[in-house]
Ligand binder design. Structure first.
Ligand SMILES: N[C@@H](CCC(=O)N[C@@H](CS)C(=O)NCC(=O)O)C(=O)O
Length: 212
């Protein structure tokens, strides 16, 4: 049995979306940051640093959201991933590119405009946003070009790369980060959002996915 421990974070969204897309049965366990659920001794046996998300599969703890997604795909019989080394490397490349580059800068918006402004009442740092916007302006055209050629980021089939990227792009709905200038990314984003996996994932947030 797969147990995913999550909260309203984009990293948790990645794992839940992947499980839904792969058709893997899972139990979702909601943790409450405000109550410190993630720092309780039982949870810290699953994630030794007490971060969210994490999961347990047949009692084995696994963490780091991108790794969780690949693992979920692997136990599903490689749905959204591949046995072929080259295809697997292309999917890994996308996951890493999103993680180390695009996601790294999108999360600056989340930190400045949600964590600082909404949760802590501290003004965002415009210089940090400007720096993130500059890097994203260099990186997003690459994704825009891929999506001009293909339906999904790694070809004509959905992959783990799409789930990871989609979760990060969700930030565009909650911060000033925008994908509006990128027609193909916007088309892909809306297509991902129309899939049943999105609706199923959102059911874990009955009050809505909001940060106010
Ligand atoms: N690289 C990790 C990031 C995990 C992470 O930093 N989670 C944050 C929320 S998005 C967290 O749990 N912060 C609380 C803490 O560090 O105490 C992943 O992708 O899973």
């Amino acid at each position: 049995m797969l147990k995913i421990y999550g909260a309203k974070t984009f990293n948790a969204v990645k794992a839940v979306l992947t499980a839904e897309e792969c058709g893997v049965d899972y139990e979702y366990v909601e943790l409450d940051f405000t109550k410190g659920d993630h720092k309780q001794p039982d949870y810290m046996k699953i994630h030794p640093l007490g971060k969210i998300p994490a999961m347990e599969h047949n009692g084995n703890p696994i963490f780091e959201s991108n790794n969780m997604c690949r693992y979920i795909a692997n136990i599903s019989g490689k749905k959204l991933y591949s046995d072929a080394p080259l295809k697997a490397a292309q999917i890994d490349q996308m996951v890493d590119f999103i993680g180390y580059h695009v996601g790294r800068w999108i999360t600056v918006y989340f930190f400045q405009e949600i964590v600082k402004k909404v949760f802590r009442g501290v003004d965002p740092d415009p210089k940090a946003i400007e720096e993130a916007a500059g890097f994203l302006a260099e990186q997003l055209p690459y994704l825009e070009g891929l999506l001009a050629e293909n339906e999904f980021l790694c070809g004509d089939e959905i992959s783990v790369g799409d789930c990871v990227a989609f979760a990060m792009m969700m930030c565009s709905e909650y911060t000033t980060f925008s994908i509006g200038d990128y027609a193909n990314i916007t088309r892909w984003y809306n297509q991902m959002k129309a899939r049943p996996s999105y609706g199923a994932m959102m059911q874990h947030f009955p009050g809505g996915y909001r940060f106010d």
